[in-house]
Design a protein around this ligand. Structure first.
Ligand SMILES: [Zn+2]
Ligand SMILES: [Zn+2]
Length: 389
């Protein structure tokens, strides 16, 4: 679920709000009784299995949206492990604990060096369900990386050029939060975190020789200016090729602008390793740029929404809001029907992994429909599912 839905729900009269929240709870109950979310034919891939191999993909968290409708699942986060190096895309709500469990396992259980293997973080966009655990890692991470390592490289969107348009269009213009800097990117957000945690950092630096985050994180805005001046509609242009982001030895990271309008810039990332390639979509509707980026990839980790959820919400919300919310959800995200047929198939990817599942309670038999029109292997993402590349 997107922020627009949360706002709509919060603005409703109490009785109607109760109906919507009851519907969300119903989704949670359905999920609790559902079978494990593994596609038919792939039951052997239980979440507890360790894939082994030099290069691996781990869907650390697969829940989409800022609403915790199923507390047993954590927010979206994907890890790519190559040899002793770990690369992470997005840090959704609750994902840091799971990532710590993964880091400790990779380090043989050494909790004093939980993030020893972490080389880089990549944020797809500035929606809170993708970066809300970044403040937690920023403030506490150096205390879990006690051996000397190279700084962790952090990449994400730069500051947006204009505010998004008001939605639905007839709604009065809301007041602007922080008009001096209303659309910070990852560098700006991190600067504000440094201010926000100053008391803690100064305290620990004086009292316990705390390594301050400046020494461990190198934060970079991805410069979108050569490609696009972001307008209020936020629909990106078609790119002629990938955006180079970073090379770390034999791992190359590229990106593209995906279409999560009006939220922008929003990126999908591709990781090319000697063993294979992994693409992570971020939040997007069907995107030709993303299909180009994913061309021939071994794994495509792609977001997905159950359109029946959008219909349910639209039927419960007030009539002046419901249809607009439904349209937003279905034009800024990719449906179960679209993701295999319209994205994975034309991209020619060997494996499609569903993640950022909205709602996170969607049963496996609904998600299995993503196989229709897709000739590759469908894998329904699960928290901490590990796959060999
Ligand atoms: Zn999201
Ligand atoms: Zn989003």
């Amino acid at each position: 679920m997107c922020d627009v839905v949360s706002r709509a729900v919060n603005s409703m009269p109490e009785r109607e709000r109760g109906e919507v929240l009851a519907a969300l709870a119903e989704d949670a109950a359905v999920a609790a009784s559902a079978s494990p979310r593994i596609a038919p034919g792939f039951e052997a891939m239980a979440p507890s299995d360790r894939a082994g191999g030099r290069t691996r993909l781990v869907t650390v968290g697969v829940a989409g949206g800022p609403v915790i409708s199923n507390p047993s699942r954590v927010g979206v986060c994907t890890a790519i492990i190559h040899a002793d190096r770990m690369y992470v895309v997005d840090l959704g709500v609750g994902s840091l604990n799971r990532l710590a469990a993964l880091g400790q396992r990779e380090n043989g259980g050494d909790s004093s060096n939980t993030f020893l293997s972490l080389r880089a973080l990549f944020f797809t966009h500035m929606h809170s369900d993708h970066c809300v655990d970044w403040p937690a890692l920023y403030a506490t991470g150096t205390m879990m990386a006690n051996k000397a390592t190279d700084p962790v490289q952090v990449f994400g969107p730069g500051r947006r050029d204009t505010l998004p348009r008001v939605f639905p269009p007839h709604r009065p213009e809301p007041s602007v939060i922080e008009p001096d800097d209303p659309t910070p990117g990852i560098e700006g957000m991190t600067r504000y975190l440094r201010k926000a945690f100053a008391a803690d950092f100064n305290d620990r630096a004086r009292d316990s020789n705390f390594k301050i985050p400046d020494d461990w994180f190198d934060v970079h805005d991805i410069d979108h200016s050569p490609h696009w001046t972001v307008d209020p509609a936020g629909i990106p242009p078609r790119l002629s090729g990938p955006i180079e982001v970073w090379e770390d030895g034999d791992v190359r990271v590229t990106a593209t602008l995906v279409d999560h309008h009006p939220t922008a810039p929003a990126y999908g990332f591709r990781f090319d390793t000697p063993d294979g390639s992994i693409v992570v979509s971020g939040d997007t509707t069907v995107s030709e740029n993303l299909i180009d980026l994913a061309h021939g990839a071994d794994y495509l980790v792609h977001e997905v929404i159950d359109p029946a959820f959008a219909d349910r919400l639209a039927s419960i919300l007030p009539p002046d809001v419901g249809p607009a919310v439904r349209e937003h959800l279905l034009t800024a995200h990719t449906t179960v029907e679209q993701v295999g047929r319209d994205v994975a198939e034309p991209a020619g990817v060997r494996n499609l992994v569903l993640s950022h599942i909205v709602p996170s309670t969607t049963p496996a038999d609904v998600l299995a429909a993503a196989q229709d029109g897709y000739s590759g292997r469908l894998i329904i993402g699960e928290d901490m599912l590990e796959l060999s590349v």
